[in-house]
Design a protein. Structure first.
Length: 283
């Protein structure tokens, strides 16, 4: 196996009720876990989304409301999914924009803790687009010379993604084979994102900034100082920003408040030292 692994890589695919990360629900999940020794483990399950699946969406992935009515809910499955993934890095096809953000939303929704901050995310679609400039079916045909049968079956898509990744590593000698390098290469854009939706990014100075709307390019700290109500509006239940995005903004604000508190304490300490010196010389 050409892929260099220091810990497992979980390649996964989600089928859902639609494409809106904030509102849609998972109806099927499939995970193929590649272990450092090259062995594989699989997990697959239908999921009861607890909301209606439209006919338009059913035509795409073929999973009907009848199919999932007796399936476990995501809350029922969440612990099994987390235990199966373990400390794996994550990979998929268009996963940075859809599968990982949707998984994060579902986990937050059922109040299930799952740390995504210390993992690498390999998006095979981004590697494909950067190396060849194109759907999973096209990538599968291009790299594996095979036709993807029954696309939008989550495990079929997951297996095809794994085959495409292996073929990409064989085809491109200049493509680094460790997961950290693949994650960096498959990341879309030049700025490092704080959230999966790309609403919050890290600028060249390593500072969190807003990446959309009237405050695009401004640091989170700057906006909080000039328009403190913006933060409250952003994280309020009335907005449809992804739950993960709101969570990451709260974390950034907590950092900012801790920094401000430390600066204030440092300033008070300095003032105390100055007062002590004044008292000393006034004696």
């Amino acid at each position: 196996m050409k892929l260099k692994l220091t810990r497992p890589l979980s390649i996964f695919d989600l089928e859902a009720t639609g494409l809106n990360i904030s509102k849609e629900r998972i109806v099927e999940i499939a995970i193929l876990k590649i272990l450092p020794d090259g062995s594989q483990e699989r997990f697959k399950s239908l999921v009861n989304p607890e909301i209606h699946i439209s006919e338009e969406v059913i035509k795409i992935h073929g999973i009907s409301n009848e199919d999932v009515k007796n399936a476990p809910t995501f809350k029922d499955l969440s612990k099994r999914i987390i235990d199966f993934i373990g400390d794996s890095d994550l990979a998929g096809y268009n996963s940075n924009k859809f599968d990982i953000p949707l998984l994060a939303e579902e986990l937050i929704r059922v109040e299930c803790e799952f740390n995504l901050s210390d993992r690498h995310f390999v998006d095979v679609q981004n590697i494909f687009h950067k190396m060849e400039q194109r759907t999973l079916s096209a990538a599968y045909q291009f790299y594996c010379q095979k036709e993807l049968i029954d696309a939008h079956d989550a495990m079929n898509d997951t297996n095809a993604t794994w085959e495409v990744l292996k073929s990409q590593l064989e085809k491109y000698d200049n493509l680094q084979t460790d997961v950290s390098s693949l994650a960096e290469f498959s990341r879309a854009g030049n700025l490092k994102t704080l959230d999966f939706a790309g609403r919050l990014v890290i600028n060249e100075d390593g500072v969190g900034v807003y990446n959309f709307g009237k405050h695009k390019g401004k640091t989170i700290k700057e906006v909080h100082e000039t328009e403190p109500g913006y933060y409250s509006w952003f994280i309020s239940p009335s907005t449809d920003f992804p739950l993960y995005t709101k969570q990451k903004l709260r974390e950034e604000m907590e950092k900012i408040k801790n920094e401000q508190k430390a600066e204030k304490e440092s300033s008070l300490d300095l003032n105390s030292q100055l007062e002590a010196l004044k008292s000393k010389f006034q004696k």
